[in-house]
Design a protein around this ligand. Structure first.
Ligand code: AMP
Ligand code: ZN
Length: 501
């Protein structure tokens, strides 16, 4: 069986995965700040933990996965200043912060479902875990890691040896600092554990605490909730690469300062989705594309998942609509191969091929190769390549392709056996009936298009290429693409936009 190796940001290298408890794996993923819809960049950061979790299951692990919901404490600035993102969104929309949080939590869960990201075992909300956060701050206080300023309780990073190890921060230059820069903070890297509500104003989300009315800092929530559900030390923590220098650095400091033990064994960070050179997609950058827009443009959401899998999670992924179009085509092509290999029955694979694939509990060499790809730090581009190579191999049997695809889809979750995009209708031709395959789920193509396709095919048969090209262009002008698939099979697909998936 392949050995799982993961790139651990702490060590800056791939390491074999060694769980704390044999046969079990605990994963914590920093969840969304629910003040706006997630953009497709955010969603990329939830695909790789999903792959990891499914891969660990294939490898026989029992996995506990936690994703938190940040519904309080995430300020507009990383420097513990600025407004709470939830309170600001509520003010701008003239709604309650609780309503905003509920709306965008649900929107996030809907996005996960569309992308076949399995819901986590626990989805703790920060506002539902105030007592745990206060308890953790009290531990830090008892151990002498905290101090009070006019606006809150802060963590003294100079007291924690090894602060900044994850990000390789050169703290010498960061700790200390000029009085003006620091305000009441002792070191530039110090961060708020508990922020006090302003004395003259009431926040919508605030709680009594031993230090006064206020709300928790963003970092403490992830420490408190991960430890509650996974234990004081656990296996894997994931997030986007932007979390390395501040959020995760601070999580490590406060968790290890409180427990005196190592917090997380393996830190995995996903690189950003960008729109071009140095152009991160971000809520604050105002250049967001949501999954809603992807759907509105007629894409299957799994085409986006395919696009994500086609890049390694630690590499930048440059998003463009043509790239998504190419991913959609590739996904349709994979499904078509299986559809054809399955005798085009609606149920997926033909009975004997499925039985053959299911009864074979050993890994075929190709399945082993695919597993090796995934075990190599989730190398999904390579896994897709292995799948494609098998699909293109004339020597590969249908049963082999079907078996490999079933195996791959346990982790890739691309719905490879979704044949709903393909419908077959007869194409009346002289001397026999050809087939017209309509691509696009639930799509009824207009009769005029069917007639034009028929005329196009007849013109081709008569070698009247000028006419057949003219008809193909006419079909295109009317919003459809026709392809000759050989053997009297013609495929018709609507051109985007307006294609239903
Ligand atoms: P937020 O909702 O802002 O707390 O972010 C949720 C997750 O999305 C975090 O893991 C971030 O690191 C991640 N993230 C933010 N921007 C991007 C991006 N452009 N590409 C990939 N992940 C991102
Ligand atoms: Zn977090």
């Amino acid at each position: 069986m392949a050995e799982l190796r993961l790139y651990n940001t702490l060590a800056r290298r791939k390491e074999p995965f060694r769980p704390l408890t044999a046969g079990q794996a605990g994963i914590y993923t920093c969840g969304p700040t629910v003040y706006a819809p997630a953009h497709i960049g955010n969603l990329r950061s939830y695909v790789f933990p999903d792959l990891l979790k499914k891969l660990l299951r294939v490898l026989g692990y029992r996995v506990t996965h936690v994703i938190n919901i940040t519904d309080v404490g995430h300020l507009t600035s990383n420097e513990d200043t600025g407004e709470d993102k939830l309170e600001r969104a509520a003010r701008q929309a003239s709604r309650s912060a609780w309503e905003i949080a509920a709306q965008y939590t649900q929107a996030y869960l809907d996005d996960l479902e569309r992308l076949h990201i399995e819901p986590p075992d626990h989805l703790p909300r920060a506002t539902g875990h105030i007592a745990e956060q206060i308890a953790l701050i009290r531990e830090l206080e008892a151990r002498g890691f905290t101090y009070r300023t006019a606006d809150g309780i802060y963590f003294d990073t100079a007291r924690f040896a090894g602060y900044g190890r994850l990000a390789r921060l050169r703290v010498a230059g960061l700790q200390g600092g000029s009085r003006v820069e620091l305000g009441e903070k002792r070191n530039k890297t110090d961060f708020a554990l508990w922020k006090l509500s302003p004395p003259d104003a009431r926040r919508q989300m605030e709680w009594e605490s031993p230090w006064g009315r206020g709300f928790p800092g963003w970092h403490i929530e992830c420490s408190a909730m991960s430890m509650k559900y996974l234990g004081r030390g656990f296996d894997i923590h994931t997030g986007g690469s932007d979390h390395i220098p501040v959020h995760h650095t601070n999580e490590i400091a406060q968790s290890e300062a409180a427990t005196g033990e190592p917090f997380v064994r393996c830190w995995l960070h996903g690189e950003h989705l960008v729109l071009g050179e140095d152009q991160r997609m971000g809520k604050s950058e105002g250049n967001l594309i949501t999954l809603g827009e992807v759907l509105a443009r007629g894409f299957d959401p799994l085409a986006y998942r395919y696009l994500v899998l086609n890049s390694h999670y630690r590499k930048y992924l440059t998003f463009s609509w043509p790239a998504l179009e190419a991913a959609a085509t590739a996904l349709t092509d994979l499904r078509r191969v299986l559809w054809e290999a399955s005798d085009r029955s609606d149920t997926g694979a033909p009975a004997e091929a499925v039985a053959e694939a299911a009864s074979d509990t050993s890994c075929s060499p190709r399945e082993e190769e695919l597993l090796e790809d995934l075990c190599d730090d989730l190398n999904t581009p390579k896994a897709l390549d292995t799948l494609w190579t098998a699909f293109r191999d004339p020597a590969a049997s249908n049963a082999e392709k079907i078996g490999l695809a079933r195996y791959a889809d346990r982790v890739l979750s691309l719905d490879l056996f979704d044949f709903s995009p393909f419908q077959e209708r007869p194409l009346e031709l002289p001397g026999g009936v050809g087939k017209m395959i309509v691509v696009g789920a639930g799509l009824e193509i207009p009769e005029v298009i069917a007639l034009l396709v028929q005329a196009h095919v007849l013109a081709r048969r008569a070698k009247n290429y000028v006419e057949s090209d003219r008809l193909r262009d006419e079909i295109k002008r009317r919003g459809y693409i026709v392809r000759d698939r050989g053997g009297d099979h013609y495929e018709v697909e609507p051109a985007r936009p307006g294609r239903r998936s």
